[in-house]
Ligand binder design. Structure first.
Ligand SMILES: NC(=O)c1ccc[n+]([C@@H]2O[C@H](COP(=O)([O-])OP(=O)(O)OC[C@H]3O[C@@H](n4cnc5c(N)ncnc54)[C@H](OP(=O)(O)O)[C@@H]3O)[C@@H](O)[C@H]2O)c1
Length: 314
Protein backbone atom coordinates (compact mmCIF):
# COMPACT_ATOMS: atom_id res chain seq x y z
CA UNK A 1 0.00 0.00 0.00
CA UNK A 2 0.98 3.62 -0.41
CA UNK A 3 1.88 5.52 2.75
CA UNK A 4 3.46 8.85 3.64
CA UNK A 5 6.46 8.54 5.90
CA UNK A 6 9.25 10.59 7.48
CA UNK A 7 12.44 8.80 8.41
CA UNK A 8 13.75 11.21 11.04
CA UNK A 9 12.68 14.36 12.89
CA UNK A 10 12.80 17.39 10.63
CA UNK A 11 13.03 15.25 7.49
CA UNK A 12 10.57 15.63 4.60
CA UNK A 13 7.63 13.33 3.99
CA UNK A 14 8.12 10.63 1.36
CA UNK A 15 5.55 8.52 -0.46
CA UNK A 16 6.54 4.87 0.04
CA UNK A 17 5.21 1.37 -0.64
CA UNK A 18 4.81 -0.72 2.51
CA UNK A 19 3.01 -3.92 3.44
CA UNK A 20 -0.64 -3.78 4.45
CA UNK A 21 -0.66 -4.39 8.22
CA UNK A 22 -2.62 -7.22 9.85
CA UNK A 23 -5.02 -6.58 12.71
CA UNK A 24 -4.07 -8.01 16.08
CA UNK A 25 -6.22 -8.32 19.22
CA UNK A 26 -8.87 -5.63 19.49
CA UNK A 27 -8.09 -4.14 16.08
CA UNK A 28 -9.72 -3.83 12.68
CA UNK A 29 -8.04 -3.08 9.36
CA UNK A 30 -9.63 -0.10 7.63
CA UNK A 31 -9.26 0.92 3.97
CA UNK A 32 -9.04 4.69 4.21
CA UNK A 33 -11.07 7.26 2.34
CA UNK A 34 -9.98 10.34 4.26
CA UNK A 35 -7.78 11.62 7.03
CA UNK A 36 -7.34 15.12 8.45
CA UNK A 37 -4.43 17.31 9.48
CA UNK A 38 -3.95 18.30 13.11
CA UNK A 39 -1.14 20.60 14.28
CA UNK A 40 0.22 17.76 16.42
CA UNK A 41 1.17 15.90 13.20
CA UNK A 42 3.75 18.44 12.06
CA UNK A 43 4.74 19.40 15.60
CA UNK A 44 5.74 15.77 16.24
CA UNK A 45 7.50 15.48 12.88
CA UNK A 46 9.62 18.54 13.67
CA UNK A 47 10.96 16.80 16.78
CA UNK A 48 10.20 19.87 18.90
CA UNK A 49 7.82 17.98 21.18
CA UNK A 50 9.70 14.68 21.17
CA UNK A 51 10.24 14.78 24.94
CA UNK A 52 6.50 14.79 25.65
CA UNK A 53 5.21 13.08 22.48
CA UNK A 54 7.93 10.95 20.87
CA UNK A 55 7.38 8.99 17.63
CA UNK A 56 8.73 5.65 16.62
CA UNK A 57 10.90 6.33 13.54
CA UNK A 58 10.37 5.99 10.64
CA UNK A 59 6.86 7.29 11.15
CA UNK A 60 3.65 7.25 9.13
CA UNK A 61 1.90 10.20 10.78
CA UNK A 62 -1.72 11.25 11.21
CA UNK A 63 -4.41 10.31 13.71
CA UNK A 64 -7.83 10.95 12.16
CA UNK A 65 -9.06 8.21 9.87
CA UNK A 66 -12.28 7.34 8.06
CA UNK A 67 -12.99 4.47 5.70
CA UNK A 68 -14.39 0.96 5.42
CA UNK A 69 -13.57 -2.09 7.51
CA UNK A 70 -11.67 -4.70 5.51
CA UNK A 71 -11.03 -7.32 8.18
CA UNK A 72 -11.25 -7.79 11.95
CA UNK A 73 -9.09 -9.60 14.50
CA UNK A 74 -10.79 -12.84 15.66
CA UNK A 75 -11.74 -11.38 19.07
CA UNK A 76 -13.49 -8.32 17.61
CA UNK A 77 -17.26 -8.14 17.85
CA UNK A 78 -19.60 -5.37 16.80
CA UNK A 79 -17.74 -4.50 13.58
CA UNK A 80 -17.78 -6.31 10.25
CA UNK A 81 -16.30 -6.03 6.76
CA UNK A 82 -17.85 -3.12 4.88
CA UNK A 83 -18.78 -1.01 7.94
CA UNK A 84 -18.15 2.72 7.40
CA UNK A 85 -16.11 3.76 10.42
CA UNK A 86 -14.00 6.57 11.82
CA UNK A 87 -11.53 7.04 14.66
CA UNK A 88 -8.83 9.09 16.25
CA UNK A 89 -6.22 6.33 16.04
CA UNK A 90 -4.47 5.79 19.36
CA UNK A 91 -0.74 5.09 19.70
CA UNK A 92 2.38 7.18 19.30
CA UNK A 93 2.59 7.11 15.50
CA UNK A 94 -1.05 7.22 14.43
CA UNK A 95 -0.54 5.81 10.96
CA UNK A 96 -3.47 7.58 9.27
CA UNK A 97 -1.51 8.85 6.25
CA UNK A 98 -1.78 5.55 4.43
CA UNK A 99 -4.16 3.59 2.22
CA UNK A 100 -4.90 1.17 5.07
CA UNK A 101 -4.65 1.63 8.84
CA UNK A 102 -5.19 -0.40 11.96
CA UNK A 103 -7.76 1.01 14.37
CA UNK A 104 -8.47 -0.24 17.89
CA UNK A 105 -12.17 -0.86 18.46
CA UNK A 106 -11.90 1.09 21.72
CA UNK A 107 -11.56 4.29 19.65
CA UNK A 108 -13.72 3.37 16.67
CA UNK A 109 -17.36 4.14 15.84
CA UNK A 110 -19.61 3.40 12.90
CA UNK A 111 -20.25 6.62 11.00
CA UNK A 112 -23.83 7.90 11.02
CA UNK A 113 -25.50 7.06 7.67
CA UNK A 114 -25.73 10.73 6.70
CA UNK A 115 -22.09 11.52 7.47
CA UNK A 116 -19.68 11.90 4.55
CA UNK A 117 -16.05 10.80 4.72
CA UNK A 118 -14.63 14.34 4.90
CA UNK A 119 -16.73 15.12 7.97
CA UNK A 120 -15.88 11.73 9.44
CA UNK A 121 -12.15 12.47 9.24
CA UNK A 122 -12.46 16.05 10.47
CA UNK A 123 -14.38 15.19 13.59
CA UNK A 124 -12.49 12.75 15.87
CA UNK A 125 -9.35 14.47 17.20
CA UNK A 126 -10.55 18.07 17.12
CA UNK A 127 -14.08 17.16 18.20
CA UNK A 128 -13.01 15.11 21.21
CA UNK A 129 -10.58 17.85 22.25
CA UNK A 130 -13.45 20.32 22.04
CA UNK A 131 -15.85 18.09 23.97
CA UNK A 132 -13.40 17.01 26.67
CA UNK A 133 -12.07 20.56 27.11
CA UNK A 134 -15.52 22.00 27.72
CA UNK A 135 -17.17 19.11 29.58
CA UNK A 136 -14.26 17.70 31.60
CA UNK A 137 -11.74 20.56 31.72
CA UNK A 138 -14.06 23.54 32.11
CA UNK A 139 -16.89 21.53 33.72
CA UNK A 140 -19.46 22.96 31.34
CA UNK A 141 -22.83 21.37 32.14
CA UNK A 142 -24.19 19.78 28.97
CA UNK A 143 -27.66 21.27 29.52
CA UNK A 144 -27.60 24.71 31.16
CA UNK A 145 -28.81 27.86 29.45
CA UNK A 146 -27.35 30.12 32.14
CA UNK A 147 -23.69 29.50 31.24
CA UNK A 148 -21.73 32.14 29.31
CA UNK A 149 -18.84 30.67 27.35
CA UNK A 150 -15.96 32.30 25.49
CA UNK A 151 -14.22 30.23 22.81
CA UNK A 152 -10.76 31.57 21.95
CA UNK A 153 -9.76 30.51 18.42
CA UNK A 154 -13.34 29.77 17.35
CA UNK A 155 -12.49 29.60 13.62
CA UNK A 156 -9.92 26.78 13.94
CA UNK A 157 -10.25 23.01 13.98
CA UNK A 158 -10.90 22.59 17.70
CA UNK A 159 -12.50 26.00 18.25
CA UNK A 160 -15.24 25.80 15.61
CA UNK A 161 -16.39 22.48 17.07
CA UNK A 162 -16.14 23.76 20.67
CA UNK A 163 -18.32 26.71 19.70
CA UNK A 164 -21.05 24.41 18.37
CA UNK A 165 -20.79 22.03 21.34
CA UNK A 166 -21.18 24.96 23.75
CA UNK A 167 -24.33 26.01 21.87
CA UNK A 168 -25.61 22.43 21.84
CA UNK A 169 -25.12 22.42 25.63
CA UNK A 170 -27.46 25.39 25.84
CA UNK A 171 -24.81 27.97 26.70
CA UNK A 172 -24.45 31.48 25.34
CA UNK A 173 -21.30 31.29 23.23
CA UNK A 174 -19.06 34.21 22.28
CA UNK A 175 -16.23 33.68 19.80
CA UNK A 176 -12.74 35.18 19.68
CA UNK A 177 -11.39 35.24 16.11
CA UNK A 178 -10.13 37.66 13.50
CA UNK A 179 -12.47 40.04 11.74
CA UNK A 180 -12.27 38.03 8.52
CA UNK A 181 -13.82 34.98 10.23
CA UNK A 182 -16.54 36.85 12.16
CA UNK A 183 -19.33 36.00 9.69
CA UNK A 184 -18.33 32.36 9.63
CA UNK A 185 -18.39 31.87 13.40
CA UNK A 186 -21.75 33.63 13.59
CA UNK A 187 -23.06 31.12 11.03
CA UNK A 188 -21.82 28.35 13.32
CA UNK A 189 -23.82 29.80 16.21
CA UNK A 190 -21.67 32.45 17.91
CA UNK A 191 -23.93 34.98 19.63
CA UNK A 192 -21.16 37.54 19.84
CA UNK A 193 -17.72 37.94 18.27
CA UNK A 194 -14.58 39.53 19.71
CA UNK A 195 -11.77 40.46 17.32
CA UNK A 196 -8.43 39.29 18.72
CA UNK A 197 -6.79 42.32 17.15
CA UNK A 198 -8.87 44.60 19.40
CA UNK A 199 -8.23 43.25 22.92
CA UNK A 200 -9.14 46.65 24.40
CA UNK A 201 -12.80 45.79 23.65
CA UNK A 202 -12.77 42.58 25.73
CA UNK A 203 -13.07 44.20 29.16
CA UNK A 204 -16.49 45.69 28.33
CA UNK A 205 -17.93 42.14 28.18
CA UNK A 206 -20.01 40.72 31.04
CA UNK A 207 -17.90 38.06 32.80
CA UNK A 208 -17.75 34.50 31.46
CA UNK A 209 -18.45 31.27 33.35
CA UNK A 210 -16.15 29.36 31.00
CA UNK A 211 -13.24 30.30 28.77
CA UNK A 212 -11.88 27.60 26.46
CA UNK A 213 -8.56 28.65 24.98
CA UNK A 214 -7.69 26.85 21.73
CA UNK A 215 -4.84 29.20 20.79
CA UNK A 216 -2.20 30.06 23.33
CA UNK A 217 -2.82 28.81 26.84
CA UNK A 218 -2.27 32.23 28.34
CA UNK A 219 -4.38 31.75 31.48
CA UNK A 220 -3.21 35.03 33.04
CA UNK A 221 -4.57 37.00 30.11
CA UNK A 222 -8.03 35.44 30.25
CA UNK A 223 -8.82 34.75 33.91
CA UNK A 224 -9.63 38.43 34.45
CA UNK A 225 -12.63 37.97 32.16
CA UNK A 226 -14.06 35.12 34.23
CA UNK A 227 -16.71 35.29 36.94
CA UNK A 228 -15.40 34.81 40.50
CA UNK A 229 -16.04 31.07 40.22
CA UNK A 230 -15.31 30.87 36.48
CA UNK A 231 -13.45 28.00 34.81
CA UNK A 232 -10.62 28.35 32.30
CA UNK A 233 -9.42 25.41 30.18
CA UNK A 234 -6.74 25.30 27.50
CA UNK A 235 -5.83 22.64 24.96
CA UNK A 236 -2.54 24.52 24.39
CA UNK A 237 -1.38 24.66 27.99
CA UNK A 238 1.90 26.51 28.46
CA UNK A 239 3.98 27.09 31.56
CA UNK A 240 1.65 29.97 32.52
CA UNK A 241 -1.36 27.66 32.52
CA UNK A 242 0.32 25.12 34.81
CA UNK A 243 1.56 27.89 37.12
CA UNK A 244 -1.93 29.38 37.27
CA UNK A 245 -3.40 25.93 37.93
CA UNK A 246 -1.00 25.49 40.85
CA UNK A 247 -2.07 28.76 42.49
CA UNK A 248 -5.76 28.26 41.62
CA UNK A 249 -6.14 26.12 44.75
CA UNK A 250 -6.22 29.48 46.58
CA UNK A 251 -8.88 30.84 44.22
CA UNK A 252 -12.52 30.07 43.48
CA UNK A 253 -11.63 30.12 39.79
CA UNK A 254 -10.32 26.92 38.20
CA UNK A 255 -7.68 26.35 35.54
CA UNK A 256 -7.48 23.11 33.54
CA UNK A 257 -4.89 21.97 31.01
CA UNK A 258 -6.60 19.67 28.48
CA UNK A 259 -5.00 16.54 27.02
CA UNK A 260 -7.14 14.57 24.61
CA UNK A 261 -8.00 10.99 25.53
CA UNK A 262 -9.25 9.03 22.50
CA UNK A 263 -12.27 6.88 23.18
CA UNK A 264 -15.21 5.53 21.24
CA UNK A 265 -17.80 6.76 23.78
CA UNK A 266 -16.90 10.41 23.23
CA UNK A 267 -16.73 9.95 19.47
CA UNK A 268 -20.24 8.49 19.68
CA UNK A 269 -21.37 11.64 21.53
CA UNK A 270 -20.05 13.72 18.63
CA UNK A 271 -21.71 11.38 16.10
CA UNK A 272 -25.04 11.90 17.89
CA UNK A 273 -24.65 15.68 17.89
CA UNK A 274 -23.93 15.46 14.15
CA UNK A 275 -26.98 13.23 13.66
CA UNK A 276 -29.13 15.74 15.56
CA UNK A 277 -27.97 18.53 13.24
CA UNK A 278 -26.12 20.32 16.08
CA UNK A 279 -22.55 19.83 14.86
CA UNK A 280 -20.95 20.20 11.48
CA UNK A 281 -17.35 20.09 10.37
CA UNK A 282 -16.29 23.09 8.39
CA UNK A 283 -13.95 21.97 5.61
CA UNK A 284 -11.27 24.61 5.09
CA UNK A 285 -9.34 22.88 2.30
CA UNK A 286 -8.78 19.40 0.87
CA UNK A 287 -5.50 17.85 -0.23
CA UNK A 288 -4.66 14.50 -1.86
CA UNK A 289 -2.53 12.21 0.31
CA UNK A 290 0.46 12.84 -1.99
CA UNK A 291 0.28 16.57 -1.05
CA UNK A 292 0.40 15.98 2.72
CA UNK A 293 3.53 18.13 3.08
CA UNK A 294 1.68 21.03 1.48
CA UNK A 295 -1.29 20.44 3.81
CA UNK A 296 1.07 20.61 6.81
CA UNK A 297 2.55 23.85 5.49
CA UNK A 298 -0.93 25.31 5.33
CA UNK A 299 -1.66 24.16 8.88
CA UNK A 300 1.65 25.57 10.12
CA UNK A 301 0.65 29.01 8.82
CA UNK A 302 -1.88 29.12 11.69
CA UNK A 303 -4.54 30.44 9.30
CA UNK A 304 -6.64 27.28 8.94
CA UNK A 305 -10.37 27.77 8.92
CA UNK A 306 -12.17 24.65 10.18
CA UNK A 307 -10.44 21.42 9.20
CA UNK A 308 -7.93 20.41 6.50
CA UNK A 309 -9.01 17.12 4.94
CA UNK A 310 -6.68 14.64 3.27
CA UNK A 311 -8.21 12.49 0.51
CA UNK A 312 -6.61 9.08 0.61
CA UNK A 313 -8.67 7.33 -2.03
CA UNK A 314 -8.02 9.65 -4.99
N1 LIG B 1 -4.08 19.27 24.15
C1 LIG B 1 -4.59 18.51 23.20
O1 LIG B 1 -4.90 17.33 23.42
C2 LIG B 1 -4.81 19.12 21.83
C3 LIG B 1 -5.65 18.51 20.92
C4 LIG B 1 -5.89 19.15 19.71
C5 LIG B 1 -5.24 20.34 19.41
N2 LIG B 1 -4.38 20.87 20.30
C6 LIG B 1 -3.69 22.15 20.01
O2 LIG B 1 -4.70 23.14 19.97
C7 LIG B 1 -4.31 24.18 19.07
C8 LIG B 1 -5.44 24.45 18.12
O3 LIG B 1 -5.60 23.35 17.25
P1 LIG B 1 -6.49 23.52 15.96
O4 LIG B 1 -6.50 22.23 15.25
O5 LIG B 1 -7.75 24.20 16.31
O6 LIG B 1 -5.55 24.58 15.16
P2 LIG B 1 -5.86 25.37 13.85
O7 LIG B 1 -7.08 24.88 13.19
O8 LIG B 1 -4.61 25.39 13.05
O9 LIG B 1 -6.14 26.87 14.38
C9 LIG B 1 -6.06 27.90 13.46
C10 LIG B 1 -7.06 28.97 13.82
O10 LIG B 1 -6.61 29.73 14.94
C11 LIG B 1 -7.01 31.07 14.75
N3 LIG B 1 -6.17 31.98 15.51
C12 LIG B 1 -4.84 32.20 15.35
N4 LIG B 1 -4.41 33.11 16.26
C13 LIG B 1 -5.50 33.47 16.99
C14 LIG B 1 -5.71 34.35 18.08
N5 LIG B 1 -4.71 35.07 18.61
N6 LIG B 1 -6.95 34.45 18.61
C15 LIG B 1 -7.98 33.74 18.09
N7 LIG B 1 -7.85 32.89 17.05
C16 LIG B 1 -6.62 32.75 16.51
C17 LIG B 1 -6.85 31.27 13.26
O11 LIG B 1 -7.68 32.32 12.83
P3 LIG B 1 -7.08 33.51 11.90
O12 LIG B 1 -6.58 32.85 10.65
O13 LIG B 1 -8.23 34.41 11.68
O14 LIG B 1 -5.96 34.12 12.71
C18 LIG B 1 -7.27 29.93 12.68
O15 LIG B 1 -8.65 29.91 12.29
C19 LIG B 1 -3.02 23.70 18.40
O16 LIG B 1 -1.92 24.30 19.04
C20 LIG B 1 -3.03 22.20 18.66
O17 LIG B 1 -1.73 21.63 18.67
C21 LIG B 1 -4.14 20.30 21.51
Amino acid sequence: MRAMMYRGYGEPLESVEVEIPKPSRGQVLVKGQTSSVNPVDWKQASGKIRLIMPNKLPCTPGYDYAGEVVSCAPDVTGFAKGDRVHARIAGINGGASAEYALCGVDVLTKMPDTMDFATAAGLPLAGMTALQGLRDGAKLPMNDASERVLIVGASGGVGHLALQIARAAGATAIAVCSDRNAGLVRELGAQGVLDYNKPETFSTQPPFDVIYDCVAGDAGKWCGLLTKSGRYASCVPGVGTFARKAVSIFSSQSVAPVMLKSNAADLAVLDSLFGAGKLRVLIGKRFPLSALQEAWKHSESGRTTGKLIVDIAT
